[in-house]
Write a protein that binds this ligand. Structure first.
Ligand SMILES: [Zn+2]
Length: 177
């Protein structure tokens, strides 16, 4: 899956779905009022920027990756930048040293950006930054530093760590689908 950095998000057109990360069984799904911008959808053979990330950036990004679960679907998204794939015996959900994953579920994150935008990145972005030296565009780096997924903004659904949930969004249970 390749999308150019900062291009409009188009991967999943059914709106955004945030899972309650405290139990994984509840979610809210809505048509976002923010524009979504792609970041970190890398693919071998396509250009991407590399360079040293600012101090603490990787840790801040990994904290967001651990706090959100957006548009999670079954299946895996594997890194094809790795020279040699990890052995199949290494389950994707077991963190590697440095808690990075060369393959991950198909989930994503949302990071509030400037003026009604949110950045849309795949879970694998943490691996790309930490293991491959991917340097995301500056507006995304700034947004990661500015976003604390644990508040202080008011959270209507405590297990869903994103401030821009529309007022009419309803918490639902997976069994209701
Ligand atoms: Zn890789």
């Amino acid at each position: 899956m390749f999308y150019e950095d900062l291009s409009p998000y188009a991967y999943w057109d059914e709106g955004d779905q945030f899972s309650d990360v405290t139990d994984g069984m509840r979610f809210v799904s809505f048509r976002p009022l923010y524009a979504r911008l792609n970041v970190g959808w890398l693919e071998a053979g396509r250009p991407w920027s590399s360079g040293p990330a600012p101090q603490d950036f990787t840790d801040r990004l990994l904290a967001i990756l651990g706090a959100q679960e957006v548009n999670a679907m079954l299946g895996l998204h594997a890194c094809d930048l790795c020279a040699t794939p990890l052995p199949d015996s290494h389950p994707w959900y077991v963190p590697r040293p440095g808690h990075l994953r060369a393959s991950a579920g198909t989930g994503e994150i949302r990071v509030p950006g400037p003026r009604g935008t949110a950045f849309a990145a795949p879970l694998l972005i943490g691996h790309y930054v930490a293991d491959h030296g991917y340097l995301p565009p500056r507006p995304f780096i700034d947004a990661v530093f500015a976003f604390d997924p644990y508040g202080p903004w008011p959270a209507r659904f405590p297990g869903i760590r994103f401030p821009w949930i529309p007022d009419d969004a309803v918490l639902r249970h997976v069994d209701e689908e």
